[in-house]
Design a protein around this ligand. Structure first.
Ligand code: COA
Length: 356
């Protein structure tokens, strides 16, 4: 079986920078609190009505294509990871296809809804398709327009201050080089605590999980009575009950456990050690999480790429943006061992080892 490699990468972040101080104008928070707890100084927001998750993805994808030496029409499969799609359906995969002007009928498109681990899941899927010879140019994208769906009142401050907009993309191709490419990917999930980091409404749950889990999931909101109200009810709107919620400390504690676990798992399978890693690209969830993981793994500062200070958490886009930035900065060279790792809502987590 062939190996697959990242043949080209690109990223796009919207021009508009939103500082912590700007957020203090609309909610009760401070620059000091945000920086101390998360490391974030600023994030980017897309231009409303002009930019979307799929348009930002297309911008990143064009750069990835150019660097891979292909035209967008040569893409034969698209794997699109996002939690903030343009539409509830259809997915963003077909929208980025249209935006890139890919009109040939051989192309397929798939959306991944794995939130923070979405890009690693997408990469793993692309890897399988390329290795088996089914596709030759797979576009893998992670893109998020969080700013359109956050609660900018004090009630939503624990979530809102963390997230930012942006997109990252990669072209996955087969390689004949025996030492190069994606060595392994590891994917995991555990739905036990699905609601601890979730965007519940609108949704077709109809109150089912609320009844089943009782006290564990109490959003102070009764299930809708009529079928027509399954997705969103007037009460949800009047309560403002249509935003993401997160139990931050719960997420933090699991993240610092799962990151090292899944990195070790990939290294063990590849017969490698933490000291072999040239660059770790952790999902940018919180600078404190990345620093904790770095300490546990015994890595130096120059072996870990952090950019959450400037972008916040861009969920499915965070790994490809960080990977691309590190590569553009000359910190990833041919032959380097690059480790990608992510943990997030679901919970789902994963890692990938790449010989660059
Ligand atoms: N500004 C000011 N105060 C805030 C705030 C904000 N933006 N957000 C929350 N607070 C307050 C809380 O209301 C609470 O106040 P109280 O003590 O009066 O009740 C206090 O700060 C502490 O809240 P807590 O949630 O315990 O803070 P924390 O130290 O756990 O930090 C997170 C919150 C969200 C930064 C942190 O838990 C975290 O990063 N968790 C992981 C999240 C994550 O990675 N999510 C993405 C998944 S991939």
């Amino acid at each position: 079986m062939k190996r697959s490699k990242i043949a080209g990468i690109g990223y796009y972040v919207p021009e508009r920078i939103v500082t912590n101080d700007e957020l203090t104008k609309v909610m009760d928070t401070t620059d000091e609190w945000i920086q101390e707890r998360t490391g974030i100084r600023e994030r980017h927001y897309g231009v409303k009505h002009e930019e979307t998750t799929s348009s930002m993805a297309a911008a990143a994808a064009r750069i990835a294509c150019e660097r891979a030496g292909i035209a967008p029409e040569e893409i034969d499969f698209i794997v699109f990871a996002t939690l903030s799609p343009d539409y509830y359906f259809p997915g963003c995969g077909v929208l980025v296809q249209r935006e890139l002007g890919i009109t040939h009928k051989e192309v397929g498109a798939l959306d991944i809804r794995n939130q923070c681990s979405g890009f690693i899941y997408a990469l793993s899927i692309a890897d399988q398709f390329v290795k088996t010879g089914m596709y030759k140019n797979v576009l893998v994208v992670g893109s998020e327009m969080h700013s359109m769906g956050l609660d900018f009142s004090t009630r939503g401050r624990n979530v809102t201050v963390i997230f930012g907009d942006g997109a990252g993309a990669a072209i996955i191709q087969p390689t004949d080089e025996p030492e190069q490419g994606i060595l392994t990917t590891k994917l995991h999930s555990d739905g036990t605590y699905a609601e601890k980091l979730a965007f519940i409404n609108p949704g077709a749950h109809g109150g089912y999980h609320f009844k089943k889990l009782g006290e564990q999931v109490d959003f102070g909101y009764p299930p809708p009575d009529t079928y027509g109200e399954i997705f969103i009810t007037p009460k949800m709107i009047s309560d403002g009950n249509y935003y993401p919620n997160m139990e931050g400390q719960f997420v933090f504690k699991l993240a610092v456990q799962k990151f090292p676990e899944v990195i070790h798992e990939a290294l063990n399978e590849a017969g490698l050690k933490t000291s072999d890693i040239n660059m770790l690209i952790p999902h940018q969830a919180n600078l404190r999480i990345s620093q904790f993981v770095q300490r546990i793994l015994g890595l130096r500062d120059d072996q870990v790429w952090n950019n959450i200070q400037r972008y916040g958490n861009t969920t499915a886009a965070s790994v490809p943006i960080a990977l691309c930035e590190a590569w553009e900065a000359g910190k990833i060279k041919e032959g380097d061992l690059v480790c990608l790792a992510a943990f997030g809502s679901g919970f789902t987590w994963g890692s990938a080892l790449i010989r660059w």
